[in-house]
Design a protein. Structure first.
Length: 653
């Protein structure tokens, strides 16, 4: 027995020079990597076994591909752990983190490159289906303590790809370590023909390599017929490497791909960061993987399952009622059947009795409900959220959004780590693009400017920034609530306050039903922004057209001039925007209708016939009142004014 203060007994697997596979010669590298990987795999088998148990408790035994591990299938009344885990993952991953490149004391050209790199990140995340794979990695972290996404360069197509690595295929030994280890191994189960096509120079060795033993839990021969085990070994450098005259870096960091006795890939690794990104639901105290949410609720789920089994057995036992038939009743046993309306005749003084006992007391059912509540509490979600029930009194979309924000504060660390996997994945992708551009200076990437709606293809060397000149920050893809009702309600209130116009309302309302309408509404603005962006980017003038929304062009051009001035864009390019603004105003002036000509003046009067001045003109006389009309009907006359005198009777006659 080992006691504190005494040296531990010697171990056969103590690290020695034979474990330093990254220092092995080329002729011995394959054997050194395989030996070190198998030794690390055996040392971490307990963690892998625990991770598989967690997946089985979650209810997904698809990880059990081999014959070496048998799952004890129990009768489950309800898998509340799975419901709680799914709720946590959906709440944490509902906001899509967006990496944004920010320059450090960069000029206008650096800022333009930073915007292009940000747009490239949006495009590559979409093409690699990053967000759906990130959700799977987040679920892995809740179940097994860690989720892994691995960007890599496809050997055949020479482009960046993204792969999800199962937690028990990442092999490392972190027992008793405060800091993470420096070397990692990844277990790949590859199809032989595909691998031979990727590395044709090693096709013979790959073809001769034996398939994994079907006794291994991770390599069932029935599922993987023509496959081979490939070990990937990664050693982080001990320090900054030394740059050589040819541009390469001398470092003890190394990355290898090994199959049986052949080395498929061997290259120096001089990055301080790992080539893969991880997410953890709970930060670890020591080591690499964090705690599993499944393990926290496993005792409660197990007790719930056992109690459910006992209740089920009790129901089976008591679900068939019993007839108590006195012997003096003289009833034929064959008359006791389960037909509807069966009549039993008896001769004795006592009739038969129907006895249906209670399977279990009410305390057992209340205890099971209590266990269910504690399972959700252990994971950290409310039972209402897991069962998709709306709390009473919360009717508006904004109220539901606030309720979701309040209850998700427990997972703030999980949310931050989920944002971190976006940054780490993007940083790893950038390193791979730099590697591809070094191999091929004409290597191009495609990105889409969401503001202008324009898709661009550009050389990576034209948008790449030095690593020391920028930082990657993460922001949510939208600052609006994710709940559709809450988002519509907020946008409507902003439109009612005239903070945004109707065009912006439809543009921000990225609901599928409004997608086509939003595209038509935002087309005039996107056309203008595309021309303004082209002038700033290329330095070539683009004249406005009459079919543009000219009033909108005036407003957007003024904003773009102010933005370019703040960003310290070159003066000659800002002048292009000013010229564009002048031309737009000219088109507006040309489209205005001509002012009507003044009406012609009458013939001139001779000097003697000039009219007297206006103040000498006699006052206009009111029209005469026909005879017989009473004075009160005289229009415009004051009430006390006497009527005008009537003409003589002979004149009237």
């Amino acid at each position: 027995m080992q006691t504190y203060g005494n040296p531990p007994p010697p171990r056969d697997d103590q690290p020695s020079a034979r474990h330093r596979w990254w220092l092995a010669e080329d002729s011995e590298l394959a054997q050194a990597v395989v030996g070190a990987a198998e030794a690390c795999d055996n040392a971490s088998m307990a963690r892998q076994q625990r991770q598989i148990d967690n997946y089985c408790m979650y209810g997904d035994d698809s990880v059990l591909t081999g014959n070496a591990y048998e799952i004890n299938r129990r009768r489950l009344e309800g898998n509340h752990i799975a419901n709680a885990i799914d709720t946590v993952v959906s709440e944490v991953t509902q906001t899509k983190p967006r990496p944004m490149v920010v320059t450090i004391n960069g000029d206008w050209f650096d800022q333009q490159r930073a915007r292009d790199m940000t747009h490239y990140g949006d495009a590559i995340f979409h093409s690699l289906d990053f967000y759906s794979k990130a959700v799977e990695a987040a679920r892995d972290s809740a179940i097994a303590g860690i989720g892994i996404l691995y960007p890599y360069i496809h050997p055949t197509y020479r482009k960046v790809c993204l792969r999800r690595i199962l937690p028990f295929h990442l092999v490392y030994d972190d027992q008793g370590m405060t800091d993470p280890p420096r070397e990692y191994f990844i277990r790949h189960i590859c199809d032989k023909p595909e691998l031979m096509a990727q590395y044709p120079e090693h096709a013979d060795v790959i073809d001769r390599a034996p398939s994994p033993d079907n006794a291994a839990w991770w390599a069932d021969a029935h599922a993987y017929r023509d496959v081979v085990l490939v070990w990937e070994a990664i050693r982080l450098p001990s320090g900054p490497g030394k740059e050589l005259e040819d541009g390469s870096v001398e470092t003890d960091g190394r990355r290898c791909l090994v199959v049986n006795e052949a080395v498929l890939l061997d290259e120096p690794y001089d990055h301080a960061e790992l080539p893969f990104a991880v997410v953890r639901a709970i930060k670890p105290v020591c080591g690499v993987a964090g705690a599993s949410l499944v393990e926290r609720a496993e005792p409660l789920q197990t007790e719930h399952n056992e109690l459910s089994e006992r209740l089920q057995d009790a129901w089976y036992l008591c679900s068939s009622p019993i007839f108590l038939v006195p012997r003096a009743a003289n009833i034929e046993k064959g008359h006791v059947v389960n037909d509807v309306g069966t009549m039993l005749e008896y001769d004795g003084p006592q009739p038969p009795a129907w006895y249906a006992p209670t399977p279990m007391t009410g305390d057992a059912y209340r205890w099971r409900e209590k266990l269910k509540e504690e399972i959700y509490e252990a994971v950290g979600v409310s039972q209402l959220s897991a069962t998709s029930l709306k709390p009473k009194g919360l009717d508006s979309g904004r109220a539901l959004q606030v309720y979701n924000d309040v209850q998700s504060r427990r997972f703030i660390g999980f949310e931050r780590d989920f944002e971190g996997i976006a940054i780490d994945t993007y940083s790893a992708i950038v390193r791979l693009e730099v590697q591809l551009s070094q191999e091929d200076p004409d290597h191009e990437v495609v990105y889409e400017n969401k503001q202008t709606g324009q898709t661009n293809r550009i050389k990576w060397s034209e948008i790449d920034l030095e690593a020391d000149n920028y930082r990657v920050r993460v922001f949510p893809a939208s600052a609006f609530p994710e709940n559709p009702a809450a988002k519509i309600e907020m946008l409507q209130s902003m439109r009612d306050r005239e903070d945004i116009d109707s065009d912006t309302f439809y543009e921000l309302l990225d609901v599928p039903d409004f997608e086509s309408a939003a595209g038509r509404v935002s087309a005039p603005r996107q056309l203008i922004l595309r021309q303004l962006d082209s002038m700033l980017r290329t330095g070539e003038y683009v004249a406005p057209d009459t079919y543009m929304d000219l009033e909108l062009a005036i407003r957007e051009t003024v904003i773009s001039i102010q933005r370019a001035t703040l960003d310290e864009a070159p003066e000659e390019r800002i002048q292009l925007l000013r010229d564009f603004l002048v031309d737009v105003q000219a088109l507006i002036d040309e489209a205005k209708p001509a002012e009507p000509a003044a009406p012609p003046m009458g013939p001139e009067m001779p000097p003697g016939d000039m009219m007297p001045p206006g103040d000498m003109m006699p006052p206009e006389m009111p029209p005469g009142v026909p005879p017989g009309i009473p004075p009160e009907t005289y229009p415009g006359a004051p009430p006390d004014m006497p009527p005008p005198p009537l003409p003589p009777e002979e004149m009237v006659a």
